[in-house]
Design a protein. Sequence first.
Length: 223
Amino acid sequence: MMPFEGGVESPGNATFIFSCAAALLYGTMAAAPPRFVASAVKTLAVALLAVLAGMQQGHWLLVLALALSAAGDLFLSRPGERALLAGLASFLAAHLAYIALLASIGGGPGVLVAAPWRGALAAVLVVYGLIMLVLLMRRIGPSLRGPVTVYIVAILCMGISALTLDAPLVIAGALLFIASDTLLATEKFLLPAISRQRDWMRYAVWASYYLGQMAITLGLISF
């Protein structure tokens, strides 16, 4: 069953299929050393979600957030601290776009109080963020502490903003996004360099990240 009207040949469904195909292809390369082809395929997967959002008259902030995420994917697929900082900056901007969009269409902070499960989940996210911040501050260099702190605050605000929507796909997507970043931070900064856990975590980072972005995209297009 296709997510949009028409068969596989319709522009929306075809773009969605090509995005999924690129994501699956990159999934076979996620644990490999950085290569240009892998960077291009990784970037294409989410860039096509941005194209899809535009084709389906999605909000311009959704298109912007996905485009910035695709740029972040490109930077993070390259080695070095400069690429890491550029990736963090791109995803920070993407989260700010998501926050602006979710805040404009959500029910506001009152929804978190009115629905106990939403408030409880928001509280869990805050505690999670504090724990991750303490753990990371012990392991990263001074030049990364500021950017990482700002990024953690931004992604938590994005997740909490998603909780104010009556949109299960968007909430699930935001939580998957946070889970992906948790795995990425653990793999990059918290695990020993020789840990055998790195390979499977790289696959899990990509799977949870792409599924999260896909769920947010489909959820917001139909919201």
